[in-house]
Design a protein around this ligand. Sequence first.
Ligand code: MRU
Length: 347
Amino acid sequence: MTTFNTLRWRGGALDMLDQRALPERCVYLSFDSAQAVATGIRSMVVRGAPAIGCAAAYGVALEALRLRHEPQAAFDSGLERAFETLAQSRPTAVNLFWALARMRATLAAQHGTGAEHTAAALLAEAHAMLEEDIAINRRMGQHGSALLQDGARVLTHCNAGALATAGHGTALGVIRSAVEAGKKISVIADETRPFLQGARLTAWELQQDNIPVTLIADSAAGFLMSRGEVDAVIVGADRVAANGDVANKIGTYSVAVLARRHAIPFYVACPLSTIDLKIASGAGIPIEERAPEEVTGYREQRWAPAGVKARNPVFDVTPAELVSGLITERGVVLAPDREKIAGLFRG
Ligand code: MRU
């Protein structure tokens, strides 16, 4: 059980733990409109695919609550703008679009019931998505923990923990569940340049739960693998294509190649809401590029020479052939391919 809430509903507004301030400060910011939530997503107050999806759902609900006393036409057009604004906040994590589609379906089902009633239904749906996300992560945790031996040393990249979800986490959820089942698991956390989700967030989150964690520079992963110091890799995902190709935080592909070179299993933990059957392969997944300033420095500090050209693609694609297994709420799919993934959705 984690000691913090990534997202929480308080006093008619959405509180989000400001992940930009971690690990130095644990502060919550309050959001009361779709525009504010979209800005929070873009600026990384909240990040991680499932957490972004839940935040966006609350963004729609907040907008409906804000506009519920307006005439119906203004309510409808305001909500339409909210959907558009939220959809433009970040491009890669498909959970954002999945959550917005679910909120659209709720909105459509409320047609003709009035703004007050519709707003209440949208808020109830956002609450349901938050609760479901935690339950799904727990199911993934149960399936995935069976893959880990007692004493396993597990390398992870980025933060796919409670901070990246409504709670428990995907990759870190598997580790948490294994620890809850009595296994001694230790984690090797890649620092995850350039935004340092591993150094700042994974290290902090695991410390909160007293799960042993050792931080390494991203470039140290291959060395540790070559010395036999890594038993398994588990990462999360932002979008999985229909053929099993996985988009995740930049650097994941390199870790997958290294894992294959050293015959170390490479697992991806993700809910079905992260699988995008509309995209045939990883080549079709939109990859976000963020500001070069995230590469040339961090926060107030700059280390690269002024004027240097820098690129900052923040996700990469790991081909399905490098994925040993997808850990989902419906079970583990070993050596995922198009057929096996389609089977997951048939139930
Ligand atoms: O840019 P971020 O921090 O939103 O990227 C997050 C990741 O890449 C995570 O690994 C992914 O969303 C899985 S979260 C359970």
